[in-house]
Design a protein around this ligand. Sequence first.
Ligand code: S3P
Length: 432
Amino acid sequence: MELNPIAKPVDRRMRLPGDKSVTHRAILFSTLTTGVGEIHGWLSAADTEASLRVAQAFGSTIREQTSERLVLVGGGGASRWQEPVCPIDCANSGTTTRLSVGLATGAKDQLTIFYGDASLSRRPMGRVADPLTELGAAIWTRKGGQAPIAVRGGGVRGGTVHMAVASAQVKSSLLLAGLNATAPLTVVESIATRDHSERMLMALGAKVDTVEEQRGFRITIEPHPEPFNAMDVRVPGDPSSGAFWAALAALVPGSRLMLEAVSLNPGRLGFYQVLSTMGAKVRFDERGRDPEPWGDIEISSSPLTGMDIPPALVPSMIDELPLVALLASQAAGVSSVRGAEELRVKESDRIQTTVEGLSRMGALIEELPDGFRVQGRSPLRGARVQSHADHRIAMMLTVASAIADGPTTLEGGEAVAISYPAFFDTYRSFVA
Ligand code: S3P
């Protein structure tokens, strides 16, 4: 795919596709409900289609599906699910797989098997299988703790789990298992991760308690084996998708961009805070809370200065860190990201793929075991680059191509279908 540099500053207001994390949860949690629920503004993309396959295997049915709304009839709770007769394809989606493993522990005596593509089958599943097994679940993975992953439902006791990695996917998987545990289940995290599951489960009627302690957060869920009543969910725009255009606006002098009706969940805003600290003008305007805070984010360009990203901010911008590398390459001085080894187990090894792609375009970026270091202000040149089948790398390199001095050839651009199918249409409207 040939990508051309941008010719004029960004100047627009725009809406974004629905938030991926919230859409996954709204779809998967429908399996725990009875009645009809509408997911308004859902993200229709390859990743959320994977969650829809799981939800259907667990008894939810589609009443209506358009690009705007998805109306589901709930699966009636784990005791009503039929045992799936074949393995469920989670494709490229780690969120689908990990949350679904937690859900599947609730279906007593049923065997559920999840599998996915080559990327998913390289990613660590021991991080959910191990703590759930300690709590009494019966789970099998391949030898290295990878998918396919099989769950024999039932047997989960309550207790306390200290999470080994800062991961909202792992936390959510454990909380979902807690709904059918024999006693309350507490998850302890040392750095806060996105809390969409807690908010949505509470809105459904689950008892979830979060207590901030000196060394992190304790989240306790009470067992709730009975089905919840289905509810409507309004999905805000995805700040992780908006981050690509925010970066573009920050990088092209004279730009101004308004992202409308986007999630302002504090667990998702690290990138925008960093953008502001680096020198861009960023303004948040909260317009509602239902139960996710949402509103507008306005970004205007200004010369950027490099910075060291505080490791405590890493979980709140984990998917945006490749974009930080791009911003840092155009910021004065040296920037670094540390404590982000999680990037190595995303859809690609995002430390390696970020460094490779941006180096090819002329950035001065060095790989570190747990992040990267970038020397600022090197002009980027058009080059031949690869997505490595990773949607976020494809989109970051596309934004980089917009400020390069000649055309870029991107291989594997089709990966954007994972989270942002209309990405290139929007990109072309910016560079036209
Ligand atoms: C997600 C959590 C993050 C993020 C992923 C979506 C979620 O993963 O990278 O894109 O919806 O919970 P981890 O929580 O495993 O870091």
